[in-house]
Design a protein around this ligand. Structure first.
Ligand code: WTA
Length: 630
């Protein structure tokens, strides 16, 4: 039976069923996969511990549902099309049959290097097909992958290696990005000084010089040389860990979000096919990096489980010029294009000239993810990229949700600019006020929660289950709290308003304010800092840092640059503050709490209406801060 929704009434019907009888609903979807042993019970859960088990005692391997499942039916269909950074370099096409053999080979190589079921493997690689092969090879043998975005610094990398206790790191010599050649292995080497591992496997991409440590470091092409290109996939329990993905929260340390095998598999495929209305043979392109959840669920797992052709792009939207995305769409006749509002806004700034030369008539569906899309960007995307004929699916979800939760179904759900519209079947949303009281009916605004489990939800935060409980399941009892504010309008449509916690969304990437503050505080002359977000034309939100320093003999400009560099070095360039204001004090209450509300107002430039400042220890500080605003 097909699980595809085709009409709006069909959607409403399925949605009702999924709420009335969730277990029957998901069992029916899960039945279309290959299980080595069927589950005993569909769902076992409570949100107090929390403890959530889907497809209890089911046995499977997710890669069998990607590889063996497609081998004899669509073995010759492209699974991955790869477009390199430099358009003059030849791209690659990997069919499902080739993918099967590549994954088998590399998983055999991992095994030969002593990697076993349950071992943690860090993947720190550029956007090359081998990154996806590495993920699937881990899944094939039951090793747990943790992909770290290759733009993160060595210290961010070593923190993650230590936190998950990784045995191996998979990486590359370097990375091509625009007109730059970036060292990758050298960053790994630095990270491994603090966080040693047994094995490093290096994919040769840029051919730049690297140091290979005898006994520890091996070339990718050497480890697969002469190795068998078939094997039997490891039998995994439905609730065995599939991957850990680190993401920022409101406290200082990134947390390892844990996803498990069975539920994640079922949900990513189901959501991929329904949201994008994927038809066999379509070319689908998601521009995310595999270092983020979007790359996991909607470049690798969702599309490949569906037998789709997933395009992977190594480069950046503006190299060699701002028409690159459209050149790639034309070249491969892309049918579905899924990107982030920040990329749309960045390209919007170049006007429509870079689009004109290209034939975009293959496009059927456009997608948006990662941050709220403003109406202007939505209209630009719709008119100039989609030529007013492609539905836009504004997909709301999170690293923790594993898959898309709220989104139009392409061509089925009537869209409304800036609205993620309606929940997918199986997703039971709930809007609550600050006290946790459910706000029923339409035309309400509050905090977004989910009151019933869905298959691809977070199971724990690695090594610290209590943190998972505190962060997501304690704010509002009996519910998963998303951290986002939301409005449900008179039509029952959902509009995501942005984070209500101390998380800033910079170009669709989550940054914890505390995490950035910790990095700033590493600078030896910094005494104290406070970081807030502010509206940024391209990035959605920018990072504004207020810093108290011992100036020594530095000029303000020198110190500001040093502080920015410190953050780049400790976290990565994506966390670099856009603005740094040196201040003599921070607005604190008598109990010593920084009043961020005031700092946010100043950063966004609305200094007229600062609200109640009577509880401040030293109201004069505010005047000084306003006077020195950047
Ligand atoms: C935000 C990315 C508005 C939101 C998949 C969420 C969005 C956070 C949207 C998760 C959207 C994501 N509209 N906001 N369509 N999609 N967000 O974990 O604040 O990197 O909580 O997952 O991004 O970011 P994450």
């Amino acid at each position: 039976m097909s699980d595809r929704l085709h009409t709006l009434s069909g959607y409403f019907h399925e949605y009702q069923k999924s709420v009335a009888q969730p277990e029957e609903f998901w069992a029916r979807i899960a039945d279309s996969f290959h299980w080595k042993k069927r589950w005993d019970k569909v769902l076992d859960w409570n949100f107090d511990e929390p403890n959530v088990n889907w497809f209890v005692k089911g046995k499977l391997n997710i890669t069998e549902n990607i590889l063996e499942r497609h081998l004899f039916t669509i073995g010759d269909r492209p699974a991955i099309i790869w477009e390199p950074n430099d358009p003059s370099e030849e791209g690659r096409t990997i069919t499902y049959r080739e993918l099967y053999h590549e994954v088998c080979k590399f998983s055999n190589a991992l095994k030969a290097k002593g990697i076993q079921k349950g071992d943690k493997v860090i993947i720190y690689m550029p956007m090359v097909p081998e990154a996806a092969i590495a993920m699937l090879a881990c899944a094939r043998i039951g090793a747990v992958h943790s992909v770290v975005f290759a733009g993160f610094s060595s210290s961010a990398l070593s923190d993650r290696i230590i936190d998950c206790g990784a045995k191996a790191v998979l990486t590359s010599d370097g990375n091509f990005r625009g007109n730059k050649k970036i060292a990758v292995k050298a960053v790994v080497d630095e990270a491994l000084e603090k966080a040693p591992v047994d094995t490093v496997i290096v994919y040769q991409r840029t051919r730049q010089d690297v140091i290979m440590k005898e006994g520890r470091d091996h070339w990718w092409h050497d480890v697969i040389d002469g190795i068998a290109d078939t094997n039997k996939a490891e039998e995994m329990d439905s609730e065995d860990m599939l991957f850990i993905l680190y993401t920022s929260g409101s406290t200082g340390k990134p947390k390892g979000v844990v996803h498990t095998t069975g539920g994640y598999m079922v949900y990513t495929k189901y959501s991929f096919e329904n949201v994008f209305q994927y038809s066999p043979g379509d070319v689908y392109w998601c521009t995310a990096d595999i270092g983020w959840i979007t790359g996991h669920s909607y470049i690798v797992y969702g599309p490949l489980l569906s037998g789709a052709t997933s395009l992977m792009f190594e480069g950046v939207p503006t190299f060699p010029d701002a028409g690159r995305f459209w050149a790639v769409v034309e070249k491969y006749k892309v049918n579905t294009f899924y990107t982030a509002p920040t990329a749309i806004r960045a390209l919007q700034a170049y006007g429509t000239d870079p689009i004109e030369p290209y034939d975009l008539s293959s496009l059927k569906v456009l997608g948006s993810v990662g941050e709220p899309i403003n109406e202007e960007a939505w209209h630009w995307y719709h008119t100039h990229v989609g030529k007013s004929k492609c539905p836009i699916v504004d997909t709301w979800w999170q690293t923790e949700t594993g898959g898309i939760m709220v989104s139009p179904l392409a061509g089925i759900t009537p869209t409304k600019p800036a609205y993620a519209t309606l929940p997918l079947p199986g997703v039971q949303l709930c809007i609550v006020d600050a006290e946790g009281k459910e706000l029923k009916g339409n035309s309400v605004e509050g905090n977004l929660c989910v009151k019933f489990p869905w298959p691809s939800m977070i199971r724990t935060t690695y090594g610290d289950h209590d943190r998972c409980k505190q962060t997501y399941f304690s704010t509002y009892k009996g519910m998963y709290f998303t951290g986002d504010g939301v409005k449900r309008d008179h039509d029952g449509y959902y509009r995501i308003l942005g984070r209500v916690d101390d998380v800033i969304n910079v170009s669709g990437h989550r940054m914890g304010t505390a995490e950035v503050e910790n990095a700033i505080n590493e600078h030896p002359l910094v005494i104290e800092s406070a970081v807030v977000g502010f509206p940024h034309e391209v990035k959605g939100q920018g990072i504004y840092a207020y810093v108290i320093c011992d100036m020594k003999n530095r000029t303000e400009e020198n110190l500001t640059n040093e502080i920015k560099d410190t953050v780049s070095k400790i976290i990565g360039p994506i966390a670099k503050p856009d603005k740094v204001q040196i201040v003599s004090g921070l607005p604190k209450t008598r109990s010593g709490k920084i009043m961020r509300r005031i700092l946010r107002k100043v950063a966004e430039g609305s200094v007229e209406n600062l609200g109640d400042t009577s509880t401040l220890l030293d109201p004069e500080v505010v005047e000084q801060i306003i006077a020195g605003r950047k």
